[in-house]
Design a protein around this ligand. Structure first.
Ligand SMILES: [Zn+2]
Length: 380
């Protein structure tokens, strides 16, 4: 062996030690170490046996964004994030958290004023004061963008009361937009959603840690921690009765602006996955929290994104503006079982009224990589 080769070999084995043992490196108490997520399964050779799902964080039309859309003649919310449409087009099916009701005409005092038009009055329609409500054409804007399913279970679900949840569901059903996590009052609809994507049946179950002090008196949603047993039972029941290929859990949880998940989030995510779920995709803290690859007790490689941060919002600072559309590829293996075969993402950020892909913004990429792992070159 010549000296050059020896040096290269020594260098490579040193790299290997580093790659294997991040816990051996000194890490300061506040540092977030970039997670390593790498799935051992390969995609299926047959194109029909692979799907890609995309997941975006919280979509909140804060006051200034809302007023901008009202001032624009098109009244089209999706102009705010138009530059991200190509990111959604890369997936077979795209998810986002719809943070707030789309309850036509319902005021913050829960009166019904009917169709008052496309206005921002902070009474019927609002993106501030912790009482959100958006004109239902927001759903059209989401569909036009390429979103295929939304979560309606979050701390703003009850901002227009029971009526608000019901009116939001009416607006979603009218537009054939699938949704996750809420049901109309007086119904016993099960709180899961099944979607068919190519050859795959995907089950979705959502929950929220809190509802901003309101009371879910008509039992229209799941509270993640108070109803953990019910949620776990539902996961088991859906798997045994509906035999989905994939189960995605959407919890709205965590501490606002914290870059780390709480132990309670970690424990609950692991419980959901050990019960049979495939992935847990969280949000609410307005900032990114790390992703994690978790091997379940039955040896499945599963995935957790503790918080995807703000996809659309009007908050300041790189932490609150940086987010990502993340992708999971799911594949059927030779036994017909579905496995996660890939994970990657595209970072996003906001400047004024414009949310856009941010892979060329070094600061955003550096920030995002701490939480989501190395950004991959996706040029194919
Ligand atoms: Zn929230």
């Amino acid at each position: 062996m010549n000296i050059g080769l020896l040096l290269i070999t020594t260098f490579l084995s040193a790299l290997n030690v580093l790659a294997k043992g991040p816990e051996m490196l000194p890490v300061s108490a506040t540092a977030v170490s970039a997670p390593v997520v790498s799935f051992s399964a390969k995609p299926s050779a047959s194109a029909t046996e692979n799907i890609v799902l995309s997941f975006s964080g919280d979509l909140i039309i804060h006051e200034d964004l809302y007023k901008k859309v009202v001032a624009d003649k098109d009244h089209d919310f999706s102009k705010l994030w138009k530059k991200t449409f190509p990111l959604l087009a890369k997936a077979n099916f795209s998810y986002v958290n719809l943070e707030g009701p789309t309850a036509l005409g319902i005021t913050n005092k829960l009166q019904n004023k009917g169709d008052v038009g496309f206005i921002y009055d902070n009474e019927v329609y609002s993106g501030t004061d912790l009482l959100f409500n958006y004109h239902p054409t927001l759903i059209d804007a989401l569909q036009k963008s390429g979103f295929d399913i939304v979560s309606t279970v979050n701390n703003h679900s009850m901002d227009r009361g029971v009526k608000g949840i019901n009116a939001t569901i009416d607006a979603l059903i009218k537009r054939n937009m699938p949704f996750i996590g809420t049901r109309k009052s007086g119904t016993e609809e099960p709180l899961y959603t099944l979607t068919k994507i190519k050859n795959f049946t995907v089950a979705w179950i959502g929950c929220t840690e809190m509802i901003n002090g309101f009371n879910d008196r008509k039992s229209q949603l799941f509270l993640c921690y108070q109803q953990r047993e019910e949620i776990l039972k539902l996961i088991a029941r859906v798997i045994s009765e509906k035999k989905p290929d994939v189960v995605i859990i959407i919890p709205h949880w965590g501490v606002e602006y914290s870059p780390k998940p709480q132990q309670a989030q970690i424990d609950l995510a692991h419980e959901f996955l050990d019960m049979g779920a495939t992935a847990v995709i969280g949000s609410h803290p307005h900032v990114l929290q790390p992703v994690e690859q978790y091997v379940t007790k039955d040896k499945r490689e599963t995935f957790i994104a503790y918080s995807l941060g703000n996809f659309v919002a009007n908050q300041r600072g790189i932490e609150r503006k940086s987010s990502a559309v993340i992708y999971l590829q799911l594949s059927k293996n030779k036994l017909g079982k579905t496995v996660i075969s890939d994970y990657y993402y595209e970072p996003t950020t906001r400047f004024r009224f414009d949310i856009f892909p941010a892979r060329s913004d070094k600061d955003v990429v550096q920030h995002v990589e701490q939480f989501l792992g190395p950004m991959r070159d996706l040029k194919e």
